[in-house]
Design a protein around this ligand. Structure first.
Ligand code: 5GP
Ligand code: ZN
Length: 106
């Protein structure tokens, strides 16, 4: 989607380094980390939020991606967060899963 910052990152427009990627998603560091390690798992398809993501299989694979990315980053203990909707704190309307580990300031 044209005006979506995460679509632009996925396209490589900003040269963002992916700490992990597969056919379904890319994983990169949050620009404003709220933990010692703060990663974002972002599906390659543009979907506004969890409410619009109705592909059960993709949802399952995204959770597998969380584990793969955490494993690659050497994280054994971590928190996952999905903000859905403005009132819940969602700021970027391209669905994503936060991975937070270490000193979590959230
Ligand atoms: P939300 O509040 O929507 O669940 O989370 C959006 C997250 O994206 C925030 O933690 C914010 O710091 C992060 N973010 C926003 N813009 C960028 C960006 O351009 N690059 C990266 N790496 N993270 C971003
Ligand atoms: Zn997008």
């Amino acid at each position: 989607m044209e005006d979506c910052i995460f679509c632009k990152i996925i396209n490589g427009d900003f040269g963002t380094e992916f700490v992990y990627e597969n056919d379904d998603a890319v994983v990169f560091k949050d620009i404003n980390p709220k933990a010692d390690t703060h990663l974002l798992v972002v599906p390659r398809i543009h979907v506004e939020s969890l409410n619009e993501l109705n592909d059960e299989a993709l949802l399952g694979r995204l959770m597998m991606t969380v584990k793969e990315a955490a494993n690659k980053a050497g994280l054994k203990s971590y928190r996952t967060v999905i903000n859905t909707g403005k009132e819940a704190g969602q700021e970027v309307f391209h669905m994503h899963i936060h991975i937070l580990s270490g000193d979590i300031r959230l």
